[in-house]
Design a protein around this ligand. Sequence first.
Ligand SMILES: [Zn+2]
Ligand SMILES: [Zn+2]
Length: 252
Amino acid sequence: MRFASIGSGSKGNATLVSVADTLLLVDCGFSVRETERRLARLGVSAGDIDAILVTHEHSDHSAGVARLSRRHRIPVYLTHGTLGSGRLEDCFETRCIHSEAAFRVGVIDVQPVAVPHDAREPCQYRFSHAGRSLGVLTDLGSITPHVVRHYRGCDGLVLEFNHDLELLQAGSYPPSLKRRVAGDWGHLNNRQAAALLGEIGHAALRYLVVAHISENNNCRDRAAAALAEVYGELDERVVWADQQGGFGWLEL
Ligand SMILES: [Zn+2]
Ligand SMILES: [Zn+2]
């Protein structure tokens, strides 16, 4: 199993998961042209994508989905609630999933996981094939037992370290937006993400990708400090995703 990203953060997200001939794209928050340009950096063409799996309707995850799916005739998997948001109705083809029910695309088993986030019916995903598994977990405001249970024992994990609480509070966002981001239905701060990692365990992780980092309310030093408290000294298994570059292919 291989995975990569063409960009991660509040201005756009899209993650690739690949096993043998099956290639999945999780979210697409970029224009078609930008997506195609970024995919080329990873040696992939959009025509190779078998399915787009959407986590929720926020534009940093959905902005490019419908157009990309039409242009390349790619089916889109999403929850009823996400479809009901009205932002993804003109896809090439939509396939509604239940946020509790596992399904399969090509050779990849997919487990959706419902998360607390201020969207219609958000879910995140865990991917498995031949005893290897990858968790993708961004855009959640708090840690639930359900999330902990579903992300235990992953070999790879893409985890949101959205903001540093002090930087957010001291920053320029209006009070209502600060409350939203920091709230139980917003985004994980560095300490919450580190605590989650402590709960699900990191000893077996081959890669931990620090993702969806706010450019306004976070910095690597603060995320690294919070992570180190749980993880110990950071090593080559820790990979940093960013808005421009995402991260390159990693193999599990
Ligand atoms: Zn997001
Ligand atoms: Zn979101």
